[in-house]
Design a protein around this ligand. Structure first.
Ligand code: C2G
Length: 445
């Protein structure tokens, strides 16, 4: 009996896939089909696969062509599978020509002609071509444009910005002088203007039926947050917080480990985020465009606190120091939170420098994420006995931005929520910013 094996993602199964499976089957008597696991696809750069592994397996099964279906989970697994299943022929489409020649050492390799004119990427792009408009003044806009190229179904429609001097390089996109004009030419917008302006900009966009991805905080008052959520629901629009860290693989995994009891019961979360360079480059006219420390870093530093301990803290103390007596711009802010059975603290600063690490302490051990924790690819689980310590490494692709854009597109397309920052966390962040601005539970030093 000749055993044949082939692999693929089989997202939105189409006739190209089916023809390949038919011809693969004809090569022998028994066909094994390897369907890629979501993580494996992520690690090889396929980031916006739309169907889940279960759905993709189901679709392959429904063709009736596979005698056996397996899951492909890691680099190098093909060699293991060929040996384990006694495979005689490995086959794949001609788009991979040459790539799998190394398998000749284990079995025969056959490249089958790829079917022209159809692809999963094409189907994904057809299902939603979202025109994304950019709003604001920040070098992060450059990153968003670069990362959007990795995501199927997004086209940058243009930018509305009061000054482009903060861009790290000139953007090759249409510059709209009116916000309304940008909205008219977009289906969705990404906002990174000063947080004071978010509320008006978001409201105008939502009322015109445009989806919004906004750098957190979404606004600076909780009443405004409630109103914006209501409008978004009425207009069937997506309103999503942008916090890149929430979408970075290492951060997301450590969150799951912390929640699954690996370090026991969590009793303390300490997060520090500081930077100096942005402020040093700016002159006095620019200060209105630069986010103060609590706005720039607060949402990121608050993220692990609220995601691990929840948003129902008993009390907090905000301790802050202004920059050059400019009372609105905090050079440094520390916030201590007390929970019924835990504590947390965050330090943010654009006028101080500190070790930007994250430490989550539990009754059995702790999670240590080295600086800069908000864009890490690595963390450690540490215990009393160092032999038990574990190190975790992940790929950090695009600082989380591309996964954030994928979630945004998926939420728009499916009308379901794929946010990694839940609404209660989003609202609690706005609450902290509001208390900071109204000097509640506040000590100035
Ligand atoms: N295919 C084809 N014609 C198309 C599209 C795809 O013949 N128009 C083939 C591919 O060459 C591949 C299979 O269908 O053999 C599955 O395609 P994908 O789902 O795109 O999977 P792919 O990324 O090619 O994964 O380990 C994974 C494998 O290396 C292949």
């Amino acid at each position: 009996m000749i055993r044949v094996i082939t692999y693929g993602t089989y997202d939105l199964l189409h006739k190209g896939h089916i023809r390949l499976l038919e011809r693969a089957k004809e090569l022998g008597d028994y066909l094994i089909v390897g369907v890629t696991a979501d993580n494996f696809d992520r690690s090889r750069g396929k980031i916006n696969v739309q169907q889940t592994l279960a759905e993709r397996i189901e679709a392959v099964k429904a063709t009736g062509l596979a005698d056996e279906i397996i899951v492909e989970e890691y680099e190098g697994q093909k060699i293991d599978d060929i040996r384990r299943y006694g495979v005689d022929i490995f086959t794949v489409g001609s788009d991979w020509k040459g790539h799998f020649d190394y398998l000749n050492e284990y079995c025969k390799v056959v490249y089958l002609e790829r079917t022209q004119g159809i692809s999963s990427s094409g189907l994904r792009a057809d299902s939603c071509g979202i025109r994304l408009g950019l709003v604001g003044e920040s070098p992060i806009l450059n990153k968003v444009v670069n990362e959007s190229r990795m995501v199927n179904g997004i086209d940058i429609s243009g930018i509305f910005s009061e000054t482009t001097k903060f861009l790290s390089e000139k953007l090759d996109v249409v510059n709209f002088s009116l916000f309304k004009e940008l909205l008219d030419n977009s289906d969705a917008i990404y906002i990174i203007s000063n947080p004071q302006r978010h509320y008006c900009q978001i409201k105008e966009a939502l009322l015109l039926g445009k989806h919004v991805l906004c750098e957190s905080p979404i606004c600076i008052k909780q009443v405004e947050w409630v109103e914006l959520q209501k409008i978004a629901a009425e207009q069937s629009c997506v309103l999503m917080d942008s916090i890149k860290t929430a979408y970075s693989t290492a951060y997301y995994r450590l969150l799951l480990l912390a929640k699954s009891g690996q370090i026991g019961k969590v009793v303390s979360v300490e997060a520090t985020c500081t930077s100096l360079d942005y402020l040093q480059k700016a002159d006095s006219d620019d200060i209105k465009y630069i986010w103060n420390s609590i706005n720039a870093w607060g949402p990121t530093a608050l993220l692990p606190i609220f995601q691990i301990l929840g948003t129902e803290y008993l009390s907090k103390t905000i301790i802050s120091h202004p920059l050059n007596n400019n009372s609105d711009f905090d050079a440094f802010t520390k916030i201590n939170f007390i929970y019924p059975e835990a504590v947390a603290s965050m330090i943010v600063g654009q006028g101080v420098k500190s070790e930007g690490n994250l430490i989550i302490s539990g009754t059995k051990g702790y999670i240590y994420v080295p600086a800069p924790w908000w864009k890490t690819d690595y963390f450690e689980l540490r215990f009393e006995n160092p032999v038990e310590n574990k190190r975790y490494f992940y790929q950090l692709d695009g600082e989380g931005i591309r996964y954030e854009l994928v979630s945004f597109v998926k939420s728009i397309r499916t009308k379901e929520i794929f946010f990694y920052v839940s609404k209660d966390v989003s609202k609690a962040i706005v609450g902290v910013i509001e208390d900071f601005n109204s000097r509640k539970e506040f000590v100035q030093i």
